[in-house]
Design a protein. Structure first.
Length: 222
């Protein structure tokens, strides 16, 4: 059973999400928060698998709440999906950098939300890679070519690990990595796990951000 927590300041939105999610046999909503502060408190109590986090909320916004959740070692098994009305919302980019697993637009189809919850809960490939890449490309391009971390962040990586990071930045799943590199799926998974450790990344979304910010993947190019 996938345990989900909702965080949105609109009661009607939460009610709609709850009705949809609780109607599935493998998903249950364990808590609802009306602001970011409450979202953090409830997550620490209920330890959900997935938090659906609205960006703009009172007291503590979704960005700060996401950063606090992903920095809490007791919530290492909790994944955050950011919900927004705007596809290129600067808050969403900040949330991805803070450790969110991806983002969804509030006008998504019901099936998209259900798929997203299951994908993130399983720890599989990056959620909505096309949307997420487009968001990251927009903000990296806006920041300029000299912005972001220095190449020193990549110094600790082997040439193979840099290659893997670049491919992850392009949105490839572990299975696609294995095919591209002509290695076993287990070897591909091991390469990605080493990137998590060396770069201190919590999620594939953070690896994608790093790939762009260090120039391994450039906006508009693959």
């Amino acid at each position: 059973m996938i345990r989900v927590q909702l965080a949105d300041d609109q009661a009607l939105v939460r009610a709609g999400f709850r009705a949809l999610l609780d109607g599935e046999e493998d998903i249950t909503v364990v808590a609802e928060a009306a602001d970011g502060e409450e979202a953090v408190e409830l997550a620490r109590t209920h330890r959900p698998d997935v938090v659906l986090m609205d960006v703009r909320m009172p007291r503590t916004d979704g960005l700060r709440a996401t950063a606090r959740l992903t920095a809490d070692p007791t919530l290492a098994g909790t994944r955050v999906v950011v919900l927004t009305t705007f596809e290129l919302d600067e808050y969403v980019f900040g949330a991805l950098r803070a450790g969110a697993s991806g983002f969804l637009l509030k006008d998504m189809e019901p099936a998209e939300l259900l798929d997203a919850v299951r994908i993130v809960a399983a720890g599989d490939a990056l959620l909505a890679p096309r949307h997420t890449r487009r968001l990251i490309e927009a903000f990296v391009a806006q920041a300029g070519p000299d912005a972001g971390p220095a190449d020193g962040e990549l110094a600790q990586l082997t040439s193979r690990e840099r290659e893997v990071l670049a491919l992850v930045g392009q949105g490839l799943s572990n299975a696609e990595l294995a095919e591209r590199l002509v290695v076993s799926p287990l070897t591909a998974k091991t390469h990605v796990a080493r990137l998590f450790t060396k770069l201190g990344a919590r999620d594939r979304a953070q690896l994608v951000v790093t790939a762009y910010e260090t120039g391994l993947v450039r906006p508009g190019r693959r």
